[in-house]
Design a protein around this ligand. Structure first.
Ligand SMILES: Cc1cc2nc3c(=O)[nH]c(=O)nc-3n(C[C@H](O)[C@H](O)[C@H](O)COP(=O)(O)OP(=O)(O)OC[C@H]3O[C@@H](n4cnc5c(N)ncnc54)[C@H](O)[C@@H]3O)c2cc1C
Length: 415
């Protein structure tokens, strides 16, 4: 007879929650995933699909702070600080500045490096176990610059930047040939190897959900509400032993009423998608670095994504962002024909650009895995292995101390 392990309620069925669900089912847990959205609108299903093993440096850095003026949307850049949302981003900006000292940046890089080193092996294991190896493409990505001058600066910067397990390959003539469809010759291009992409985000979503159900888990299509009961956290109306919060940007709203300090911001990004007819099927993601835009081919669509807009996850989108993406597509002469669908979604970002992965010391049955900022797709399977080890009391493959939520202190009556 199959032994049924502890009942765990996972709040949030994005990529992090679903990867955790599959890993926990593999350890005999009785798993229910609570997911309130039926439309696949979360960041998990609208992102750029890039397995970004190279991004070992947190964006909370002295260099990122120095570059703010030229990254502003008003200066043609990708950073949006909407005045109407200043009450959200001002406190976050203050914490970001405090987290961006050289020392803290070094600590953050040391924490992210082993996590990212484990990310591609964890994806490989996962798609193998799902019987869906084609979901993962391990053919790197391409970085392109508009002008020779920016290519020189960009190459030099990348050559001096730690890139974890990725490598930069010198394949310029071959690359330039593959990008021959562009209106103007590019200023330069480099190819990364060791990185990759998810071949199709919708197929990923349905494969992960289907696997959860096929292995005996449940996807509960409702908004979970949390409450406290005798020092434990409960999901209203449901009987679970343990609760795992994987609610992305919504994790803050779930945990703050329970006394946790979660200084998370919605880092809103935008994409446009169109039929993929003209875009080469075998081209890995292309980053147009001067335009802060990444173009990714999925199964039957091609997507251009950009922007980091700090604010309210539920505030109205800014259509100028989609207009600018369409402008880039046209002015670069990309073989992408409208009509375009338009999407906005929120990266869950903490001020030090490290995720929160850990167990509560206050509520014995509460664990969490959220705040994966620009790297949630990349880090979901490796996060799941860490969550499983943590709940089983086994030593995690990567030290979890830097990801403890209590690094932000406590709030409210529990402080
Ligand atoms: C434009 C853009 C491009 C990106 N590109 C990349 C990339 O190339 N590579 C990469 O690694 N990352 C990328 N990211 C970041 C990545 O998408 C996120 O880090 C990741 O999706 C976070 O996953 P998650 O599962 O934690 O959260 P989410 O995707 O936000 O999922 C959380 C889920 O929880 C559900 N939920 C919330 N509250 C409740 C509740 N109370 N009850 C039930 N359900 C609830 C939500 O409906 C949602 O489905 C990008 C993000 C954006 C916006």
């Amino acid at each position: 007879m199959k032994t049924i392990g502890p009942m765990i309620g996972i709040v949030g069925g994005g990529v992090v929650g679903l990867c955790c669900a599959i890993a926990l089912l593999g350890r005999g847990y009785d798993v229910s995933v609570f997911e309130r959205d039926t439309g696949y609108n979360a960041a998990s299903w609208g992102n750029a699909g890039h397995i970004a093993v190279e991004q070992v440096e947190p964006l909370a850095s002295p260099a990122a702070l120095r570059s703010v003026p030229k990254r502003l949307f008003s200066a043609g850049g990708a950073l949006g600080l909407p005045p109407s949302m200043a009450s959200r981003w001002l406190p976050f900006a203050a914490r970001l500045v405090a987290a961006s000292t050289p020392d803290k940046f070094a600590v953050g890089t040391a924490a992210l490096t082993p996590l990212l080193a484990g990310s591609m092996p964890a994806w490989r294991d996962l798609v193998g176990a799902l019987g869906a190896p084609d979901l993962l493409r391990e053919d790197g990505h391409i970085v392109v610059w508009d002008s020779a001058a920016s290519a020189r600066t960009g190459r030099q910067r990348w050559s001096q930047t730690p890139i974890g397990t990725a490598r930069i390959a010198d394949a310029e003539p071959e690359l330039l040939h593959r990008l021959g469809f562009l209106a103007d010759p590019v200023g330069g291009a480099i190819r990364f190897t060791g990185s990759g992409q998810i071949a199709d985000l919708r197929a990923l979503a349905t494969t992960l959900e289907g696997t959860v159900e096929a292995r005996g888990g449940r996807i509960v299509r409702e908004a979970a509400r949390l409450a406290e009961d005798s020092g434990r956290v409960v999901i209203a109306g449901h009987d679970v032993d343990q609760v795992l919060i994987t609610a992305g940007v919504r994790s803050r709203g779930l945990l703050e009423p329970l006394g946790y300090r979660v200084p998370m911001i919605a880092e809103r990004g935008y994409h446009i998608r169109a039929q993929a007819d003209g875009w080469p099927a075998d081209l890995p993601p292309v980053v147009f670095e001067d335009r802060s835009m990444i173009v990714t081919r999925y199964a039957d669509c091609v997507q251009a994504a950009s922007f980091v807009e700090l604010g309210d996850p539920d505030g109205p989108p800014d259509p100028r962002k989609w207009d600018r993406l369409e402008h880039h597509v046209r002015s670069l002469g990309l073989p992408i024909e409208g009509p375009f669908t338009r999407w906005m979604g929120a990266r869950p970002t903490l001020p030090d650009y490290l995720p929160a992965i850990g167990r509560s010391t206050r509520h014995a049955n509460l664990a969490y895995a959220f705040g994966h900022q620009h790297l949630g797709l990349t880090l979901a399977p490796v996060t799941a292995t860490l969550v499983v080890a943590m709940l089983a009391g086994e030593p995690p493959a990567v030290p979890l101390a830097p990801f403890d939520l209590e690094r932000f202190g406590r709030k409210g009556p529990h402080a």
